[in-house]
Design a protein around this ligand. Sequence first.
Ligand code: ADP
Length: 505
Amino acid sequence: MNIVIATSEAVPFAKTGGLADVTTALAKALQDLGHEVSLFLPYYPQKYAAGAAADLPLASTGHDVSVPVGGKKRGGRVLRTSLPDADVSVYLIDQPLYYDRRELYGENGADYKDNCERFTFFSRAVMEATRLLDLRPDILHAHDWQTGLIPALLKLEYGRTSQFAQTGSVITIHNLAFQGQFWHWDMALTGLDWKHFNWREMEFYGHLNLLKTGIVYSDFITTVSPTYAHEIQTKANGAGLDPVLLHRADRLIGILNGVDMSQWNPETDPYLARNYDSQTLATGKAACKADLQKRLRLPQRPEVPLVGMVSRMTDQKGLDIIAGCIDAILVKDLQMVFLGTGDANYESFLTTLAERHPDKVSATIGFNETLAHQIEAGCDMYLMPSRFEPCGLNQMYSLVYGTVPIVRAVGGLADSVVDATADNLRSGIANGFSFVEYHADALLATVKRALAAYQDQQQWRQLVATGMSADWSWQRSARRYVDVYQHAALRRTVAWYRAHPPEET
Ligand code: ADP
């Protein structure tokens, strides 16, 4: 199939979270399965120059787009490169006014005020560039609110042209908490008729909602784990969009993300003090642990359990329940390392904690890809007590790196971590620790269970081996996406033939 993926972030060009890992890994896995993939994202020059993409050659396609944004026409260059070590074409939409900024979506805790305009432009530019490049995709795959307009543009405008007549659309929800909600006047930016600003289409309680738009207009909707697909259809977890998702339940599918083994593999990871696999885990992890303790200026104690966390430091990630039991956790003989950025109050909570317990806690405030890898490899346990978690990647990275996850059983965490109950241990499926109730006491009890299990070397080895031996690769997930694409494309083809019946002879 011929697939166009549109996203606001992709590794190694720009990343704020899991979305960037997922879009790149999916593109590569689809290409490996024999499909033709084109990946579109904005050209953020400051991120491009600062990251691993800086060495990739960037060429002009010779095409410029010019698209309506509100009352005006806005132009953009279409640049081209490809993913490192993969034959995936990457098209970057260059418009410095919108994308030559320090960050992707906002600075100092505030969103950029023109985000609706920035991503309306991007969505329209993707459609226009796809047309100019004559890509004729079978599938347009949008991701999150930033590209939510694309399925609507396909249905309401481009689908009427022969180039897109048989193109199906899919939108993936990576996190329902971010919906791209803007005041109603921003509807004018989209260039779509105001008649679509109603509760069945683009309007949501008086606002323009771009994620809802994508959900309403896509042929299929996917989200990043089966459990999250169920959770978001409930009032408790639907972030207001549960009625819309329930209405489209027959087109909503949960597909667990995979791990990009070219990036996250302890056997080949270039950031580690020593590479290892399941056979050499003991010596490899010991070297990585010693290296991590040294880097973070923690006492070099091989025997002490080392617990890590790499995360956006926000309410979603369970920082409040960590704060609720941290003193009780730190009574135990263990070390903890935190890496992340986010809410100022959580950042200062962690910094203060590290100052109060220099022998036990390290807190690095910032975004640091290298250190993230070193934490996954050097720690014995990984903490992810999320309030909600669409999929979560770090618990899967942990499993691959022989680091035992301690998680709350929600969303993708429930789909990937099997609690070390007596039954699960006996049947050999346990690979971590989980709890259900979102409460500091439940977290504390689970951390205590993990610390006790760590003392039982044989049980610990079994947990680690179970996690490391599972198939977390993207190939498995990509095959499920292909199924969805085929259904979406088929529906469009049938619709097209219905609209163009063969002439009677
Ligand atoms: P989310 O997308 O909700 O932020 P995920 O677990 O799905 O959470 O993905 C987070 C990704 O971002 C992981 O690859 C994680 O390692 C990375 N990450 C998050 N914060 C940091 C940070 N401060 N430094 C380096 N990597 C980070």
